[in-house]
Design a binder for this molecule. Structure first.
Ligand SMILES: C[S@@+](CC[C@H](N)C(=O)[O-])C[C@H]1O[C@@H](n2cnc3c(N)ncnc32)[C@H](O)[C@@H]1O
Length: 282
């Protein structure tokens, strides 16, 4: 083999490995919606010794404190997130087939300002309950989405309250709300508990920042807090272990416009990997 042949073979094998890596990240099943964004996993930098920030004391903040301090500006920072819009549109289309006259019973976990998820689903005629632990978020949600209901509640308390209501919800949405103040075991239990609430044929749409971290102290948008999450494979496995069929999974990345929204300084925001999973109860 000539030197040129060897160099060509070397670059061909690197290209094949890259192709295999990205194909593995984009495993799609039937009925996958037309999302075709590039997949890439990035790392977040753990910060085990939080420093004083312009937003307050150096102590670790609870999830409610973090989201109370971010407040409705969160919506500006993530406005128009294409993968979230696609996920909500997909759910609206699916519910249109099962509930053509509306009226599907839906809970949105960690609803934030109620936009976009509660707003779009309620406008489609469905019975939407948004739950959240942040009073500031819920104040905005009640004002911005008057055709949905909202309750100040941790998802774990919601599951305890609803434990006798298995099989009574048509859909559950969880957009980026199982990260702060939960453990990996909590995430798995919450998936299982929410899946139990679904009727046969009911839907779960789950998104998260899919990194394999357990009780990691980090700064998110300048705020020190403790987070846990799962790798993309483990997050999908958790939804599947809850007894749901995976319809779609995809990883993309997004740079929140957090400094433009006045949430933090430009050097306190980084590009986030996002996992979206669409699933259905058989
Ligand atoms: C990153 S924001 C996402 C908001 C909204 N889902 C969206 O996509 O625009 C996460 C939201 O989940 C809420 N949250 C975090 N942990 C929660 C929990 N254990 N139970 C209920 N809500 C929670 C936060 O207060 C916050 O409003």
């Amino acid at each position: 083999m000539t030197f040129i042949d060897r160099v060509t073979a070397f670059f061909a094998s690197i290209f094949a490995s890259i192709l295999a890596f990205f194909s593995a990240l984009f495993v799609r099943r039937s009925r996958a919606p037309p999302i075709d964004l590039e997949a890439k996993i990035i790392d977040i930098s753990p910060d085990p010794t939080p420093q004083p920030t312009p937003h307050g004391s150096p102590r670790l903040l609870s999830a409610a404190e973090v989201f109370d301090s971010v407040g409705p500006a969160y919506e500006d920072a993530f406005q128009g997130l294409p993968t979230q819009a696609a996920a909500i549109d997909w759910l609206v289309d699916e519910l249109d087939k099962t509930h053509p006259r509306g009226g599907a019973r839906i809970v949105d976990v960690g609803c934030g300002t109620g936009r976009p998820a509660c707003s779009v689903l309620a406008d489609a005629g469905h019975d939407v309950l948004g739950i959240d632990i942040s009073e500031a978020m819920l104040r905005a949600a009640r004002e911005r989405v008057p055709n949905a209901r909202f309750e100040l509640m941790d998802v774990r308390a919601f599951l305890e309250r609803e434990k006798n209501n298995a099989g009574t919800y048509d859909a559950v949405t969880i957009f980026f709300s199982l990260i702060a103040g939960v453990t990996q075991a909590d995430i798995r239990e919450i998936h299982a508990g929410l899946a139990r609430l679904l009727k046969p044929g009911g839907f779960m749409v789950f998104s998260t920042v899919p990194l394999p971290v357990e009780n990691e102290s980090i700064k998110w948008m300048g705020r020190p807090l403790v987070v846990s999450s799962l790798s993309p494979e483990d997050a999908v496995a958790s939804v599947s272990a809850a007894g749901l069929d995976i319809i779609y999974q995809g990883v993309t990345q997004f740079l929140p416009r957090a400094s433009e929204a006045g949430i933090c300084k430009p050097d306190e925001v980084w590009e986030e990997p996002h996992l979206f999973v669409y699933a259905r109860k058989a």
